[in-house]
Design a protein around this ligand. Structure first.
Ligand code: SAM
Length: 161
């Protein structure tokens, strides 16, 4: 599989999982959390899926397409190891959906970041909320959900809180 194939599969999996999550949280009130703005592709998709919800974005350094930069009041700027502990005060309500896309090419660093993120994310989520992530966050209390059939096993992860 070429890197182009791999990229296409990754972004297709993101889109298909986020679309599926939109159905799953239809009756769960609350904002959406986006971890990893990047160039804003998935943020833009979330805006399209959830025009009526606030979307809070965690990002170390904004380098997104100018059309995809969140408003200041919804941007938690900085390393999430520093912003996450007090994020609940900014967000102000339990979240219905979190999308985690902060992985790098370094599996050890990814695992370390996931271990930091998972217990803190639990505190930000509403009961019945959904977590969509680029890696398995390994929270035993969450119900693992099967991603849509178009997504290859292990490519993207979904869980119900
Ligand atoms: N979802 C984005 C999109 O569709 O364009 C791509 C996200 S990109 C793969 C990962 C992003 O996570 C990068 O912009 C990076 O700066 C951010 N990131 C990685 N580790 C982070 C950390 N510890 N704190 C805050 N942001 C982080």
């Amino acid at each position: 599989m070429s890197r182009l194939d791999s990229f296409i599969r990754r972004v297709s999996a993101q889109r298909d999982c986020l679309n599926a999550a939109a159905e799953l949280i239809r009756d769960v009130p609350g904002p959406v959390l986006e971890f990893g703005l990047g160039n804003g592709r998935t943020y833009d998709h979330l805006r399209m899926l959830f025009p009526e919800r606030l979307i809070y974005v965690f990002e170390r350094q904004v380098a997104a397409h100018p059309d995809c930069v969140p408003p200041d009041e919804c941007l938690l700027l900085g390393d999430l190891r520093e912003t996450l502990d007090t994020a609940g005060e900014v967000i102000g309500a339990p979240a219905a959906l979190a999308h985690i896309d902060i992985g790098s090419g370094d599996p050890a660093a990814n695992a370390e970041l996931a271990a930091f993120l998972a217990p803190r994310l639990r505190r930000l989520m509403a009961p019945g909320g959904v977590v969509v992530s680029d890696q398995d966050l390994g929270v035993p209390e969450w119900e693992a959900l099967r991603p849509p059939p178009s997504v290859r096993p292990g490519r993207y992860f979904m869980a119900r809180v």
